[in-house]
Design a protein around this ligand. Structure first.
Ligand code: NCD
Ligand code: ZN
Length: 337
């Protein structure tokens, strides 16, 4: 049977939530990934050293593989250099959300003013802390990311030594922008390599494919796919796997977020194989991230085999139920146990 081994796979943008949902979803990442960048948008947001370390401990209690590396982030606010120095060893990055732009981002930044934010951003440069950004304005939903490009550009020029990660890019504009400045990098999700707005809302509404940023046009999807398949050194896999309880997705007022952790590696192998680019998957899933974040790969290898995997209709435990992308469908690759 055909197999492929991925060395030290990382998920560079992951929502693990807390409490029972954390217990349910954490093993579904730690089973196959060696580590992940953990998003801080809990309620309340992770914005103190105590909150970071306590959350990390709860994650380690919940994961199946105790060698799993949860790379913690701090919810971006104007912090002092003293504070950042003190928390430096506990975190990998800061995550900036424009206020109110997505799930639990109410405490985010009201306006991205390079002068007002300079003390914090300069301290991050001194301490070599990357800045991860959710890059959307509150404009028309299909234009939100494109409208944010001028902000990325302004930050990239004003802080050339700041490592800026454009999180979950969804547009051709972002694919062009990330290549324009040396200090810009990007993550791409699974769903944005596969779907467009047609899949979300072109027929019957598909709540399990609804996320922020919303999936865009065919030319956007193709630009994302091309740069990911090429193994471009500035592009990393970040699933943005964002579990919400089934009742919050299948509801009037559907929560944004696509749950992909348990299918991510299988679908990526299928996609890269279909496009004859399997040789570049190792870069997308680990090597590029290691270079961008100055990380050492771990010794965890994951082998997949070309064998059908029927995606469960839902994952249920601890009183929580969450529906994955492609629920009930068949993927042609499985994790080799
Ligand atoms: C994420 C969530 O649910 O926390 N939702 C999403 O649609 N991607 C937040 C985010 O990354 O925007
Ligand atoms: Zn996210």
């Amino acid at each position: 049977m055909k197999t492929i081994t991925l060395k030290s796979p990382f998920d560079m943008h992951l929502h693990l939530r807390d409490n029972d949902m954390l217990k349910l979803v954490a093993p579904l990442t730690s089973d196959t990934f060696t580590g992940a960048i953990i998003m801080p948008n809990l309620v309340p947001p992770v914005d103190t050293k105590e909150a970071v370390t306590a959350y990390k401990n709860r994650i380690m209690d919940a994961v199946s593989d105790k060698t799993f590396n949860p790379m913690m982030t701090l919810f971006f606010k104007p912090y002092t250099k003293e504070f950042l120095e003190d928390v430096r060893d506990e975190i990998t990055a800061l995550k900036l959300y424009p206020a109110g732009i997505t799930t639990n981002s109410e405490g985010g930044v009201e306006s991205i003013d390079t002068i007002a934010l300079a003390p914090t951003l300069n301290a991050m440069i001194d301490l070599d802390i990357p800045l991860c950004i959710h890059g959307e304005t509150n404009g028309f939903v299909m234009d939100r990311e494109a409208e944010f490009m001028s902000v990325y550009e302004e930050l990239a020029i004003a802080f050339p030594k700041l490592k800026i990660i454009m999180e979950h890019i969804t547009t051709k504009d972002a694919v062009e922008m990330v290549q324009k400045y040396d200090n810009l990098y990007a993550t791409i999700t699974l769903q944005h390599l596969l779907i467009t707005l047609d899949d979300v809302a072109g027929g019957m509404l598909q709540p399990h494919l609804f996320c922020k940023p919303i999936a865009k046009r065919y030319e956007d999807r193709d630009a994302l796919l091309n740069i990911a398949l090429s193994g471009h050194p500035k592009i990393m896999f970040g699933s943005d796997s964002a579990p919400h309880p089934k009742h919050a997705k299948e509801a009037c007022g559907c929560a944004a977020g696509v749950f992909t952790s348990p299918i991510a590696l299988q679908v990526l192998v299928e996609l890269f194989e279909k496009n004859n680019c399997l040789d570049n998957l190792q870069k997308f899933i680990s090597d590029n991230a290691c270079k961008i974040y100055n990380m050492k790969p771990s010794s965890k290898d994951v082998t997949l085999e070309k064998k059908d995997f029927i995606v469960p209709k839902a994952y249920e435990a601890y009183g929580e139920t969450v529906v994955p992308m492609y629920a009930g469908e068949t993927i042609t690759w499985s994790i080799k146990s």
